[in-house]
Design a protein around this ligand. Sequence first.
Ligand code: ADP
Length: 743
Amino acid sequence: MSSPARPTHLPVRIGVLTSGGDAPGMNAAVRAVVRAGLRLGAQMFLIHEGYQGLVDGGDGITPADWDSVGSILHRGGTIIGTYRSKDFRTRPGQLKAATNLLRHGIDRLVVIGGDGSLTGANAFREAWPDLLAEVREAGEVDPELIDRHPDLIIAGLVGSIDNDLVGTDQTIGADSALHRIVDALDDISSTAASHQRSFVVEVMGRHCGYLALMSAIAGTCDFSLIPEQPPPDGWEERMCAELRRGRAAGRRESMVIVAEGATDRAGNPITAEYVKDQIAERLGEDTRVTILGHVQRGGSPSAYDRWMSTWLGYVAVKTVFEAAPGTPSVVIGNRGNTIIEIPLMEAVAATRQVPALIDQGDYDRAVELRGSSFAHMHRIFRAMSEPPRVRADADAKRIAIVHAGGLAPGMNTAAHAAVRLGIEEGFQMVGAVGGFPGLADGNVRPLDWGDVEGWAGLGGAELGTRRRVPEIEHLYAIGRVLENERIDGLLVIGGWNAYLAANLLWRERDRYPAFRIPMVCVPASIDNNLPGSELSIGSDTALNEISDALDRIKQSASASRRCFVVETMGRHCGYLTLMGGLAGGAERVYLHEDGVTLADLGRDVELLNHGFAHGRRLFLAIRNEEANPLYTTDFMARVFEEEGGDLFDVRQAILGHLQQGGNPSPSDRLLATQLVDFGIDTLKAQLEAGGDAACSVGTLAGQLVATPMERMFDDADTVFRRPRRQWWLELRAVLQAVAEEPR
Ligand code: ADP
């Protein structure tokens, strides 16, 4: 039925709701949906307690303004409530929901929830024309109003700590849940190691083993049981044999991780208690069970769950705002650092297929549906957790690990993965102690499987790192050491200087035959400024440190009217500044990429004065350390102070080295493991083919990629040490949309 278009003078009205299980990051998404929607000129509505708010109407649907979603970014759960609404599953419930929406003139929704909630959204949309007919018949709503809203347009965001939606890489809340679990595993492992105990840890995941598998890798567990891969009969014996071998190879504790939905091949649940009994009985070990439960769901969202959810919310509201009538429902998700739009019902159908495939015993297909990275990580976990069965022979190829550049959390994780995965491939692994200067001095130590025990979760760099790039006069010494130590391949893990150093060796290979060996550079820098990879190891940890620090800074200012100017690291790369600003809820960021002019500062003074004169209590500005050499953090703070008069006071905070400290975040640990695995594979392929090619490894749109050394700096700005095209600059518009209230 064709219907009259919306009269142009009527604003678009959009509602947002959270439904199903809550997940950290939902608030960031709600905030972005509301604020970006207001900036687009839409009227925004909060729908409370999930679909029940739609059914109940009244206070269940409230108009939202800019401040309705203020100060919620750092809060766990969802401030608009969530509910499993039975009423909404029924026709009368949906009829009430449609009536209430029509009364408010809302015909566009952003639904944030799991696959159940998204299914509900789609069912509602499909029923919409029939529901309208019924509403018309009931005669309670003005027919003209009904005519104006012939379509319901829906965009879904996946809020689920399980990361169980097929088609999107990461769901809202999964990263925060991983933080909770991995923190717990780190804590448990220190007490377990003290007593040489075994621990069985149960984590959430009824149909999805994502949390169990990823935390098993990030927390270096010995054995995992996940729903997608029920173990074959006799697994109890195999598990205990692995635990025994792990101890013999140097582990002081054993940790087994069990997803709550793990079963055996007959479909019988495998409980943590059962696993514990098996270990206690077969190994005579003192074994304890920890069931993490709801702590996995709670708490403040991680930096990733804040910035990514903000981005997703921004895109979702834009999508429904701009959608043409009749547009089918979509899910807004991500593939790596690219936002994607997928047909809602396809994603839900594929997700629901996984438990069915498990029931049918088609485990490989179930793992495949989880995406290539899941299947890959499953293989990596086995390779890393199981001590080697054969020892490298005397003429095995020798790979040296070298760190270079500034310290990045996750360097240890990378070295740990390199040693374990390298040994698994039959290599002998050695580490240069103290970076390239250490290598030049012959400071090289063999690294065995057990030598890196406990490294994966440690901040810092056990092997040491040096910023210094070797000079021409050091090359002879380095070449000698490579020859004496019979090094066949180099794995260089570090930042810009690491890349420069490897590049120098590679360019000098005609003069120094010892350099004619395959080399792989692995990006590790909190700055995230390396060419050939969207992400570098350490940057996620630094972002979490920044967003924690910003939370505290904001809290400290809550009793006064204050502007904070906070300085972050990054040299000339604004990644930490912009993403920290998004995660910390900054009003303004200053990047070297944009430059800072006096006119900008003048506009900001005006913005500050206007804001504080109209009730603002806090303004957070974040400045990249090299944003402008003359307009320093101190200078800017003084300008704001002087120009602000009595309206507000100004404080500055230079975050400094806390950004480089800290234990690596789960996602840095996973990135380090994946990149190193790919690096070791690349070295292996070269060595098997007798080649000596050099490259860097990285991740682009969620895919692992290698860039040959000869092209490594092609797309890099070598003066300011950053890639020429930086994907995250796109998020400037997102920050502006959520930070600047339209006047
Ligand atoms: P999740 O969204 O986390 O997967 P649920 O499966 O419990 O959680 O779904 C949340 C809510 O979504 C349900 O309580 C119900 O209100 C609504 N819902 C789910 N499926 C449907 C459906 N087929 N029709 C209508 N509403 C549904």
